[in-house]
Design a protein around this ligand. Sequence first.
Ligand SMILES: [Zn+2]
Length: 263
Amino acid sequence: MQRSLCRTAATILLPRMSFEAIILGTGSALSEMHFGSSAVLPWRDGLVLIDCPDAILRALAHASKRSGRAIDAMRITDILVTHLHGDHVNGLETIGWKRWIAKLNGLGPVPRLHTVEPVARRLWERLGPAMDQNGTLQLADYFDLHIIPLGVPTRVADFDVEARLAEHLIPGCGYRISRGGATLGWSGDTRFDPAHIDWLATADVIVHETSESRVHTPIECLNSLAPELRKKIRLVHMEDNFDQAVTDIVPLTEGEVLAVPPR
Ligand SMILES: [Zn+2]
Protein backbone atom coordinates (compact mmCIF):
# COMPACT_ATOMS: atom_id res chain seq x y z
CA MET A 1 0.00 0.00 0.00
CA GLN A 2 2.79 2.35 1.02
CA ARG A 3 4.68 1.59 -2.17
CA SER A 4 1.65 2.22 -4.35
CA LEU A 5 1.02 5.61 -2.71
CA CYS A 6 4.65 6.63 -3.29
CA ARG A 7 4.45 5.63 -6.91
CA THR A 8 1.33 7.72 -7.42
CA ALA A 9 2.94 10.75 -5.79
CA ALA A 10 6.04 10.37 -7.97
CA THR A 11 3.88 10.24 -11.10
CA ILE A 12 2.06 13.42 -10.13
CA LEU A 13 5.28 15.28 -9.41
CA LEU A 14 6.96 14.44 -12.71
CA PRO A 15 7.15 17.56 -14.86
CA ARG A 16 5.38 17.27 -18.22
CA MET A 17 7.81 18.19 -20.96
CA SER A 18 6.80 19.73 -24.25
CA PHE A 19 8.40 19.33 -27.65
CA GLU A 20 8.19 21.10 -30.99
CA ALA A 21 7.22 20.10 -34.51
CA ILE A 22 8.37 22.47 -37.24
CA ILE A 23 5.99 22.24 -40.14
CA LEU A 24 7.62 21.89 -43.57
CA GLY A 25 4.66 21.33 -45.88
CA THR A 26 0.87 21.55 -45.72
CA GLY A 27 -0.24 20.87 -49.30
CA SER A 28 -2.14 18.04 -50.97
CA ALA A 29 -0.54 15.92 -53.70
CA LEU A 30 -1.79 18.33 -56.38
CA SER A 31 -0.88 21.62 -54.69
CA GLU A 32 0.80 24.26 -56.84
CA MET A 33 1.43 26.46 -53.81
CA HIS A 34 2.68 24.29 -50.97
CA PHE A 35 5.16 21.56 -50.11
CA GLY A 36 3.79 18.08 -49.32
CA SER A 37 2.61 17.35 -45.77
CA SER A 38 5.69 16.95 -43.57
CA ALA A 39 7.44 18.17 -40.42
CA VAL A 40 10.63 17.84 -38.41
CA LEU A 41 10.91 17.16 -34.68
CA PRO A 42 14.12 18.51 -33.13
CA TRP A 43 15.80 16.29 -30.54
CA ARG A 44 19.16 16.30 -28.73
CA ASP A 45 21.18 14.82 -31.61
CA GLY A 46 19.36 16.23 -34.63
CA LEU A 47 16.00 15.98 -36.35
CA VAL A 48 13.28 13.39 -36.89
CA LEU A 49 11.67 14.00 -40.29
CA ILE A 50 8.02 12.99 -40.75
CA ASP A 51 7.60 12.13 -44.45
CA CYS A 52 9.88 13.43 -47.15
CA PRO A 53 8.06 15.23 -49.99
CA ASP A 54 9.29 16.71 -53.28
CA ALA A 55 11.79 19.57 -53.10
CA ILE A 56 12.70 18.48 -49.57
CA LEU A 57 15.87 20.59 -49.42
CA ARG A 58 13.91 23.69 -50.39
CA ALA A 59 11.16 22.80 -47.91
CA LEU A 60 13.74 22.50 -45.12
CA ALA A 61 15.41 25.80 -46.06
CA HIS A 62 12.04 27.56 -46.30
CA ALA A 63 10.88 26.30 -42.88
CA SER A 64 14.26 27.08 -41.32
CA LYS A 65 14.07 30.69 -42.49
CA ARG A 66 10.46 31.14 -41.38
CA SER A 67 10.84 29.42 -38.01
CA GLY A 68 14.31 30.68 -37.11
CA ARG A 69 15.24 27.07 -36.24
CA ALA A 70 18.43 25.43 -37.53
CA ILE A 71 17.05 22.66 -39.70
CA ASP A 72 18.82 21.12 -42.66
CA ALA A 73 19.26 17.73 -44.27
CA MET A 74 22.59 16.96 -42.60
CA ARG A 75 20.94 17.07 -39.17
CA ILE A 76 18.30 14.42 -40.02
CA THR A 77 18.94 11.35 -37.88
CA ASP A 78 15.61 9.59 -38.41
CA ILE A 79 12.82 9.57 -40.99
CA LEU A 80 9.28 8.36 -40.27
CA VAL A 81 7.48 7.34 -43.45
CA THR A 82 3.67 7.08 -43.54
CA HIS A 83 3.25 5.66 -47.07
CA LEU A 84 4.80 5.65 -50.53
CA HIS A 85 2.81 8.28 -52.44
CA GLY A 86 5.15 10.77 -54.08
CA ASP A 87 3.95 13.79 -52.13
CA HIS A 88 5.21 11.96 -49.02
CA VAL A 89 8.39 10.24 -50.21
CA ASN A 90 9.65 11.77 -53.47
CA GLY A 91 12.35 13.54 -51.46
CA LEU A 92 13.87 10.27 -50.23
CA GLU A 93 15.99 10.01 -53.36
CA THR A 94 17.49 13.45 -52.70
CA ILE A 95 18.13 12.81 -49.00
CA GLY A 96 19.48 9.35 -49.79
CA TRP A 97 22.01 10.66 -52.32
CA LYS A 98 23.05 13.59 -50.18
CA ARG A 99 23.68 11.48 -47.10
CA TRP A 100 25.32 8.61 -49.05
CA ILE A 101 27.86 11.08 -50.49
CA ALA A 102 28.35 12.58 -47.02
CA LYS A 103 28.98 9.09 -45.59
CA LEU A 104 31.63 8.44 -48.29
CA ASN A 105 33.30 11.67 -47.18
CA GLY A 106 33.29 10.60 -43.53
CA LEU A 107 30.53 13.02 -42.58
CA GLY A 108 28.38 10.74 -40.48
CA PRO A 109 26.08 7.76 -40.95
CA VAL A 110 23.04 7.53 -43.21
CA PRO A 111 19.69 8.28 -41.54
CA ARG A 112 17.56 5.63 -39.88
CA LEU A 113 14.27 5.16 -41.78
CA HIS A 114 11.29 3.86 -39.80
CA THR A 115 8.00 2.60 -41.14
CA VAL A 116 5.52 -0.25 -40.87
CA GLU A 117 6.20 -3.57 -42.58
CA PRO A 118 3.71 -3.27 -45.50
CA VAL A 119 5.37 0.02 -46.49
CA ALA A 120 8.94 -1.19 -45.89
CA ARG A 121 8.34 -4.26 -48.07
CA ARG A 122 7.89 -2.09 -51.18
CA LEU A 123 10.31 0.72 -50.37
CA TRP A 124 13.31 -0.50 -52.37
CA GLU A 125 11.01 -1.56 -55.25
CA ARG A 126 10.17 2.12 -55.46
CA LEU A 127 13.62 3.62 -54.87
CA GLY A 128 15.86 0.95 -56.39
CA PRO A 129 15.40 1.74 -60.11
CA ALA A 130 16.70 5.27 -59.46
CA MET A 131 19.29 4.47 -56.79
CA ASP A 132 20.77 0.98 -57.19
CA GLN A 133 23.75 2.19 -59.30
CA ASN A 134 23.38 -0.61 -61.87
CA GLY A 135 22.68 -3.20 -59.21
CA THR A 136 25.69 -2.45 -57.03
CA LEU A 137 23.90 -0.70 -54.12
CA GLN A 138 21.06 -1.66 -51.81
CA LEU A 139 18.63 0.23 -49.58
CA ALA A 140 21.04 -0.19 -46.64
CA ASP A 141 23.63 1.92 -48.46
CA TYR A 142 21.28 4.91 -48.19
CA PHE A 143 19.03 4.28 -45.19
CA ASP A 144 19.21 2.20 -42.02
CA LEU A 145 15.75 0.59 -42.18
CA HIS A 146 13.82 -0.09 -38.98
CA ILE A 147 10.36 -1.70 -38.95
CA ILE A 148 7.86 -0.31 -36.44
CA PRO A 149 5.77 -3.26 -35.20
CA LEU A 150 2.04 -2.48 -34.87
CA GLY A 151 0.84 -1.98 -31.31
CA VAL A 152 4.33 -1.85 -29.80
CA PRO A 153 5.84 1.50 -28.76
CA THR A 154 9.19 1.77 -30.54
CA ARG A 155 12.13 4.04 -29.85
CA VAL A 156 12.79 6.59 -32.62
CA ALA A 157 15.53 9.05 -31.61
CA ASP A 158 14.37 9.98 -28.09
CA PHE A 159 10.67 9.57 -28.88
CA ASP A 160 8.38 6.57 -28.33
CA VAL A 161 6.45 5.96 -31.53
CA GLU A 162 3.36 3.84 -32.10
CA ALA A 163 1.92 3.09 -35.53
CA ARG A 164 -1.59 2.22 -36.74
CA LEU A 165 -2.48 1.17 -40.27
CA ALA A 166 -4.55 3.76 -42.12
CA GLU A 167 -7.12 3.17 -44.88
CA HIS A 168 -5.83 4.70 -48.08
CA LEU A 169 -5.12 3.72 -51.70
CA ILE A 170 -1.93 1.89 -50.75
CA PRO A 171 -0.51 0.59 -47.44
CA GLY A 172 0.14 3.37 -44.96
CA CYS A 173 -0.10 4.34 -41.32
CA GLY A 174 -0.52 7.08 -38.78
CA TYR A 175 1.74 7.70 -35.79
CA ARG A 176 1.53 8.66 -32.13
CA ILE A 177 4.84 10.24 -31.20
CA SER A 178 5.53 10.74 -27.48
CA ARG A 179 8.21 12.22 -25.26
CA GLY A 180 8.11 13.34 -21.64
CA GLY A 181 4.37 12.74 -21.31
CA ALA A 182 3.47 14.80 -24.41
CA THR A 183 2.09 13.17 -27.57
CA LEU A 184 1.72 14.30 -31.17
CA GLY A 185 -0.77 12.39 -33.33
CA TRP A 186 -0.10 12.31 -37.08
CA SER A 187 -2.90 10.81 -39.16
CA GLY A 188 -0.99 10.03 -42.35
CA ASP A 189 -3.17 9.92 -45.46
CA THR A 190 -6.47 8.23 -44.64
CA ARG A 191 -10.09 8.17 -45.63
CA PHE A 192 -12.36 9.42 -42.84
CA ASP A 193 -12.01 6.67 -40.25
CA PRO A 194 -13.53 7.27 -36.80
CA ALA A 195 -11.48 4.36 -35.37
CA HIS A 196 -8.26 6.02 -36.56
CA ILE A 197 -9.36 9.31 -35.00
CA ASP A 198 -10.27 7.54 -31.72
CA TRP A 199 -6.74 6.09 -31.68
CA LEU A 200 -5.23 9.54 -32.30
CA ALA A 201 -7.51 11.21 -29.73
CA THR A 202 -5.23 10.45 -26.77
CA ALA A 203 -2.62 12.81 -28.26
CA ASP A 204 -2.23 16.42 -27.07
CA VAL A 205 -2.23 17.66 -30.66
CA ILE A 206 -3.54 15.79 -33.71
CA VAL A 207 -2.23 16.71 -37.15
CA HIS A 208 -4.94 15.40 -39.46
CA GLU A 209 -5.09 15.36 -43.22
CA THR A 210 -7.99 16.80 -45.19
CA SER A 211 -8.84 16.70 -48.89
CA GLU A 212 -12.11 16.38 -50.80
CA SER A 213 -11.73 12.78 -51.96
CA ARG A 214 -13.08 9.39 -50.96
CA VAL A 215 -9.55 8.21 -50.14
CA HIS A 216 -8.92 11.27 -47.97
CA THR A 217 -10.85 13.00 -45.17
CA PRO A 218 -13.24 15.75 -46.33
CA ILE A 219 -13.39 18.69 -43.93
CA GLU A 220 -17.13 18.12 -43.36
CA CYS A 221 -16.26 14.83 -41.65
CA LEU A 222 -13.83 16.50 -39.25
CA ASN A 223 -16.41 19.24 -38.62
CA SER A 224 -18.76 16.55 -37.30
CA LEU A 225 -16.38 15.60 -34.46
CA ALA A 226 -16.94 16.73 -30.87
CA PRO A 227 -15.81 20.33 -30.16
CA GLU A 228 -13.17 19.22 -27.58
CA LEU A 229 -11.63 16.93 -30.18
CA ARG A 230 -11.76 19.53 -32.96
CA LYS A 231 -9.83 21.93 -30.72
CA LYS A 232 -6.90 19.48 -30.63
CA ILE A 233 -6.76 19.06 -34.41
CA ARG A 234 -4.58 21.02 -36.84
CA LEU A 235 -4.99 20.48 -40.58
CA VAL A 236 -2.53 19.44 -43.28
CA HIS A 237 -2.82 18.03 -46.81
CA MET A 238 -5.09 20.85 -47.95
CA GLU A 239 -5.99 21.58 -51.54
CA ASP A 240 -5.09 25.02 -52.86
CA ASN A 241 -8.75 26.11 -52.87
CA PHE A 242 -9.29 25.05 -49.24
CA ASP A 243 -11.71 27.50 -47.63
CA GLN A 244 -10.86 28.18 -43.98
CA ALA A 245 -14.31 29.71 -43.49
CA VAL A 246 -15.99 26.28 -43.61
CA THR A 247 -14.40 25.06 -40.37
CA ASP A 248 -13.22 26.11 -36.92
CA ILE A 249 -10.27 23.68 -37.17
CA VAL A 250 -7.08 25.63 -37.71
CA PRO A 251 -4.82 24.78 -40.68
CA LEU A 252 -1.09 24.48 -40.11
CA THR A 253 1.23 26.85 -41.94
CA GLU A 254 4.65 26.14 -43.44
CA GLY A 255 7.44 27.16 -41.11
CA GLU A 256 5.12 27.16 -38.08
CA VAL A 257 6.58 25.91 -34.81
CA LEU A 258 3.88 23.67 -33.36
CA ALA A 259 4.21 23.13 -29.61
CA VAL A 260 3.12 19.76 -28.20
CA PRO A 261 1.11 20.25 -26.01
CA PRO A 262 0.07 23.72 -27.18
CA ARG A 263 1.47 26.55 -25.04
ZN1 LIG B 1 -1.45 9.44 -50.13
